[in-house]
Design a protein around this ligand. Structure first.
Ligand code: BES
Ligand code: ZN
Length: 457
């Protein structure tokens, strides 16, 4: 039986797979930092070369930014076609000080591999490549048709991929996409994610006087952009945790009773969650539970504030500019463009006199997604997870965003299977990012079985 040979290959190649993961993680492919452009290219080449080594004709596709890696095999005429998506770029590792081992020197502690990109997304993405390898090295062929599309700009908004999908819908045509770039519900509780939030990200810069001024001589007579920025930011949310931009909730699809009941049945402890994040209390929109807030209600967070004197000791200055980066996480059916217009109008209305809005930058947006779970593809994924993890998956939503999922739905009409192998405490985007090696191998096995199950679907 083909699948038995595949399983045997996986068992005998665990060390080799871990060595390859380490080699991949040593490449600092930080897409946001131009100083790392050569490294980011090396990560793309690593993926391409791995695909070629297992027998997939893979190529780099040049873009205005970091290249895409693409490969396909049409081994199974008449059977489904699966698009495997992942990203080889990583977030910046800064701040460096809290890392217990350097971010690009992968280190194993307690069964976890620690490195930037371990879970997001190099480790998770590699699970699918190793599953393909196991099939090709044993059966010599894949049980379904496969297209592999790996991008290098996911962490910076994915503009190049967006353009490519719009221009090449025929090349990417498929029945399902699969992405492993999310998390399990909890350790030992694998999950299929059927909902992700969207994103609308902005930066605003206010200007007052033409230069910084003495805060005694000029204070009280000239508006202060830092004060004005605080007024704007404080206007965004009310004491009930609701966003106060007129029209913001108009398109929000309300949570349905069945879904609230399903969330409430999940084994989730608010107290344990609070302890795990170390916050003095849990806060959010009134009338909703933590899981509802995290997964299915829109949110607003200031991601950074700048302006004025930041050095040691006091400085009595009245700064001439101030800025903030902030983002809204969106839910179905909010449109990022509409939110941008509503937000801009709101800022103009509440902006105090005496300062001007020098910059209003709309950084990037993505719509939220809900995936149909009543499909043969999802049923195949359930069986594969049972084979790989020994347990049936929970069905969950998540608060993160994976812009390509909405893109594939809009441009190609394709549903994505979000099969995350990570854990909620993997520290993605933060210091000491990690990925469980046991979950790495379970993910590979699940992916290998998924190809077989999809062939039957
Ligand atoms: N892997 C994450 C998305 C994710 C995180 C999904 C947690 C589910 C749970 C992805 O790489 C990511 O970080 N995406 C960005 C998107 C943005 C840069 C457009 C995000 O969510 O901030
Ligand atoms: Zn990420």
């Amino acid at each position: 039986m083909a699948i038995e040979s595949v399983d045997a290959y996986l068992d005998s190649h665990k060390d080799a797979f871990e060595d390859q993961l380490k080699a991949f993680l040593r490449i600092p492919s930080i897409s946001a930092q131009p100083a790392h452009n050569a490294d980011t290219l090396r990560a793309a080449e690593f993926v391409r070369d791995d695909l070629i080594a297992m027998g997939c004709a893979a190529e780099l596709i040049a873009t205005k930014g970091h290249p895409l890696v693409y490969a396909e095999r049409n081994d199974a005429p008449g059977r489904p076609t699966l698009l495997i998506y992942g990203h080889y770029d990583v977030q910046p590792p800064e701040p460096m000080e809290p890392w217990l081992s350097p971010p690009f020197e992968p280190t194993v502690r307690d069964g976890n591999i620690y490195a930037r990109g371990a879970t997001d997304d190099k480790g998770q993405m590699l699970t699918h490549l190793k599953a393909l390898e196991a099939w090709l090295k044993t059966a010599g062929t894949l049980p379904v048709n496969v297209k592999v599309l790996i991008e290098g700009e996911e962490e910076v908004g994915g503009a190049s991929l967006e353009a490519y999908v719009a221009e090449h819908p025929d090349r990417l045509a498929c029945d399902y996409a699969v992405i492993s770039d999310s998390s399990q519900f909890a350790p030992g509780m694998p999950a299929i994610t059927y909902g992700l939030k969207g994103l609308a990200y902005f930066e605003i810069v206010l200007r007052g006087a033409k230069i910084d001024l003495h805060s005694g001589t000029f204070g009280g007579a000239v508006a202060n952009p830092c004060n004005a920025l605080s007024v704007i930011l404080a206007s965004l949310k009310g004491p009930d945790g609701r966003i106060q931009i007129p029209g913001f909730y108009d398109a929000v699809r309300p949570l349905e009773d069945w879904e609230r009941a399903a969330f409430a049945k999940l084994p989730f402890s608010e107290a344990e969650f609070q302890a795990s994040v170390g916050a003095p209390s849990l806060e959010g929109e009134a009338g909703y539970t933590t899981l509802e807030r995290k997964w299915a209600r829109p949110t607003c967070d200031v991601n950074g504030i700048y302006g004025g004197y930041q050095g040691p000791g006091p400085k009595t200055v009245l700064p001439c500019t101030a800025g903030a980066k902030l983002s809204f996480r969106l839910v179905p059916d909010q449109d990022p463009k509409t939110i941008a217009e509503l937000f801009r109008k709101h800022v103009e209305v509440v902006c105090p006199r005496g300062v001007v809005i020098e910059k209003f930058i709309d950084h990037h947006g993505a719509p939220a997604v809900l995936v149909n779970v009543e499909t043969p593809g999802v049923r195949a994924a359930v069986k594969a997870i049972e084979a790989g993890f020994g347990k049936a998956p929970f069905f969950i939503r998540e608060g993160g965003s994976i812009p390509v999922v909405g893109l594939l739905k809009q441009q190609l009409g394709v549903d994505t299977l979000l099969l995350g192998w990570g854990q909620n405490d993997d520290n993605l985007h933060g210091p000491n990012e990690k990925f469980s090696l046991a979950d790495f191998h379970r993910g590979i096995k699940t992916s290998a079985h998924f190809l077989a199950e999809l062939a039957k679907a």
